[in-house]
Design a protein around this ligand. Structure first.
Ligand SMILES: Cc1cc2nc3c(=O)[nH]c(=O)nc-3n(C[C@H](O)[C@H](O)[C@H](O)COP(=O)(O)O)c2cc1C
Ligand code: SF4
Length: 518
């Protein structure tokens, strides 16, 4: 039987040469008459080791990485096909510390299977949750998701079961499931990784959501910046349709569900659920006032579930293994696991799925390995461009929605961006206002005008123009934006601004004063 060699085909690995590597290895295998088959799996999420090549041996998979085309000769001579020793050898894949310390529930298959093989998906536990759901009453599915404690992974952490119940109880001739795959937060890539590495789990989660709420049609709103994910998801939908997973009778049941992939046009605000709905309906991405909630009047005015990719992808395992299994992981009201994305100036950047409760310090120092530059960590921004900057003093904060909120922070989509001591936090605060000004949908004044005034105020602080007065103005402006904005784009921009100022006041002294102090 031919040896199986795995080379990830997701965009993270392809960006660092995985396609070239796979092509060259195929040629070498042929020329050397070696009996081996290359499988393009998803990434395991250890991105600093990509392209990471894995070989199936008698004792399990062993890994090598990061592998360049120029390493192939040496690797083949060292006995790559038998898991031979080589300076790039990482040992048994599952024993690599970054993987070994994870609890992979949502990403259980990612990096293990061929993403577009429905057989492999099923062989590794896929469709078991859906098979259970088709035989259950909608109320029972909603109850199971509610009991699991699953909260939305898109940012707000709203309980998924409660959202589904609202749609289930809403009247409407047609209901919809929208998968929010706009993933605009800085340092985040979990949605992309799972769509490219295990697309059927997202589809399965959407179908279960449909059965639970009475929705028969779904859309994935996928950002245009993810062409590879768009292609994988489209192919997966076709395969699912051909295999009776989607269509008039899901898995031969009485339930109908079908779906389409729709591509966004590149606006951060279109990740906000109501702007997303506007965009999906063919209009400019302008935020809608709430109420009505999308659960009552969403897509085309019909009851609609809008859920993040990871929220939906976490549902199949809950329906397969039960609510308790999922709920038993985590802390406080943050139940289950969360795929933390470590990015920015991190030594070991990648995706780390773990039960809620690890501290920020453990994630950054022990798992992320500190900075890639080797300099001390100055700050981390958690939760995307609207998230707060945390200094080392707050690294004892556990990864938990409430613990972060208690320290004026947010988990958001669980992206962590690491900064070393060369970062200028005044510049970061200015960037937050500038980002808000560029991405603002313009519907409300505090955000549309406030963000631009914010940039000016920070420039005045930097230039030493009445700094005390400007600092008071900045905090006043942040208050107005926080409490007066229609959505979280304007409403949360104060978090990065004020956390940068509160924790790093020295960076907000005018350059002339800093020099005088030195
Ligand atoms: C400015 C802005 C951008 C957002 N971007 C995203 C996004 O890219 N993906 C996402 O899932 N949620 C995003 N959200 C949150 C959504 O509005 C919504 O809460 C989420 O899709 C609900 O799904 P969940 O309950 O599964 O988290 C954004 C919110 C705001 C205010
Ligand atoms: S806060 Fe900004 S993005 Fe949100 S509705 Fe107001 S103007 Fe639009």
């Amino acid at each position: 039987m031919s040896v199986k060699i795995y080379i990830p085909g997701d965009s993270g690995a392809v960006a660092v040469g995985a396609d070239r590597l796979a092509t060259k290895l195929a040629t070498e295998l042929k020329q050397r008459n070696l009996d081996a088959r290359i499988i393009r799996n998803g990434s395991r999420g250890l991105y600093w080791l990509e392209p990471m090549v894995e070989v199936e041996t008698k004792t399990g998979r062993v890994a090598y990485g990061p592998v360049k085309v120029s390493d192939l000769d040496g690797l083949l001579e060292a006995g790559l096909l038998e898991g031979g020793d080589h300076p790039l050898a990482l040992g048994p894949t599952e024993d690599i510390a970054f993987l070994k310390h994870q609890t992979r529930l949502t990403f259980a298959r990612c990096g293990i299977t061929d993403p577009l093989s429905l057989d492999e998906y099923q062989g590794h536990g896929g469709l078991a949750g859906l098979a259970n759901a088709v035989g259950m009453a909608p109320e029972a599915i909603v109850a199971q998701v509610t009991e699991s404690g699953l909260r939305g992974r898109g940012g707000a952490g709203f309980p998924t079961g409660i959202k589904w119940r609202t749609v289930l109880e809403a009247d409407g001739p047609q209901k919809y499931i929208i998968c929010n795959a706009d993933e605009g937060d800085s340092g985040t890539f979990a949605d992309r990784m799972i769509m490219e590495g295990d697309p059927f789990v997202v589809i399965e989660g959407m179908i279960i959501a449909g059965i639970a709420t009475g929705a028969t049609k779904g859309y994935v709103y996928l950002r245009s910046e993810y062409p590879h994910a768009i292609s994988v998801m489209n192919r997966a939908v076709e395969i699912a349709r051909k295999n009776n997973m989607l269509g008039a009778s899901v898995l031969d049941s009485d339930h109908a569900f079908d779906m389409e992939i729709r591509v966004g046009a590149g606006a951060y605000v279109c990740g906000e659920e109501t702007a997303l709905l506007e965009s999906l309906e063919g209009r400019r991405g302008l935020v809608r006032a709430k109420p009505p909630l999308p659960a009552h009047k969403g897509f085309l005015g019909r009851p609609t579930v809008v859920n993040n990719v990871i929220s939906l992808a976490s549902v199949p395992i809950i329906m397969d293994k039960g609510a308790e299994h999922y709920r038993d992981f985590g802390m406080g009201r943050s139940r289950g696991t969360i795929p933390v994305q470590i990015a920015g100036n991190a030594k070991h950047g990648g995706l780390f799925e773990a039960a809620f409760g690890m501290t920020l310090g453990e994630l950054i120092d022990d798992i992320g390995g500190g900075t890639a530059s080797g300099r001390p960590v100055k700050a981390v921004q958690v939760g995307g461009p609207l998230g707060a900057y945390f200094p080392r003093d707050l690294f004892d904060t556990p990864f938990d929605y409430e613990a972060f909120a208690a320290r004026d922070g947010l988990i958001g989509h669980a992206g962590i961006v690491v900064f070393d001591d060369s970062a200028d936090m005044l510049k970061q605060a200015r960037f937050a206002f500038e980002f808000c000004a560029v991405e603002s949908c313009g519907k409300c004044t505090p955000c549309r005008i406030g963000s631009t005034r914010g940039v000016e105020v920070i420039d005045n602080i930097r230039d030493g123009i009445e700094p005390d007065k400007q600092v008071a103005l900045m905090s006043d402006l942040c208050n107005t934006m926080k409490f007066g904005s229609l959505c979280a784009l304007g409403g949360f921009t104060p978090y990065p601004v004020m956390s940068a100022f509160t924790h790093f006041p020295d960076d907000f002294r005018p350059a002339s004063m800093s020099q005088a102090a030195e």
